[in-house]
Design a protein around this ligand. Sequence first.
Ligand code: CP
Length: 324
Amino acid sequence: MNAQYDAEGNLRHLLTLQGMSAPMLQELLARAEQFAPARSEPLPEYRLLAGATVVNLMCEPSTRTRASFELAARRLGATVLEFDVSNSSQSKGETLLDTVLTLEAMRCDIFVIRTGDTGALAKVAEQVDPRVAIVNAGEGNVSHPTQGLLDLMTIRRHHPDVSALTVTIVGDIRHSRVARSAVDALQVLGVGELRLCGPHAMLPVPDQFAGCQRFTDIDEAVSGAHVVMGLRIQRERMRSDEMPEADEYFRDYGLTDARLAHAAPNVIVMHPGPVNRGLEMAPELVEDPRSTVREQVANGVAVRMAVLERVWKTLRLDRGAVHV
Ligand code: CP
């Protein structure tokens, strides 16, 4: 995606992980590792976004992504505007682009945007001022790049050699931006084997997720896996007649201790959250020592610090590109 990079190939916006170079992805992950111990108050050496104004503009609900972007920006010394979409002039018909252009006129620099509208972020990125960066905080069912980065950071902490891994993603893959960005990131880093598992109606359509094996039998899919990632069922992206019966779904696709017995001995169990306990995962598995659910949340702050720092650096590098 060309709008993502400036003329020198620096990360100008973060729209997708698809097609990102391995060195750029590695650089973001390495920087996130450095930020991981950051305290809640900005340290003098971490005031790297001093002078920047970051807007959190979430057109769909969020707990983790919204809160961690806000904390990441504050820990880097930025001014943060938590934009209340539901009480904004979008309810009077103003578009996302016009909302961004309005706030851009108030000298906001970095827009962290979540939207259900596929393709909207690339259009906004093409039309904003050169002094402005757009960061994808979740776009429809197509991408959630900072989730993909935090998932990779978590996986590598437990299994540093990604090329040796079998990773199984279970659940509502068809509607999941999390699965797409995780697969994009894992493929950039040369993952050993990628397996997608779910009922037919939740598996991706045939021309998507190239390079992944597909399973409808969860025991086959989990067998020997080093990473098992559950996904939230995306009710908001389904028709009511597409929703599975909860009991049947948990019986056939819920992650349980018994199912993990078939996985590799050092398996980790991931979920992006929010978890529907007893539907996607057995309730007690969320706190199991093999679960990384809370660790993923913690890593999200560090990853978002790395991304905000990177796009702000690019704006500063491009001569005259920062609001003064
Ligand atoms: N994983 C994730 O995106 O969570 P939120 O919807 O709470 O941000």
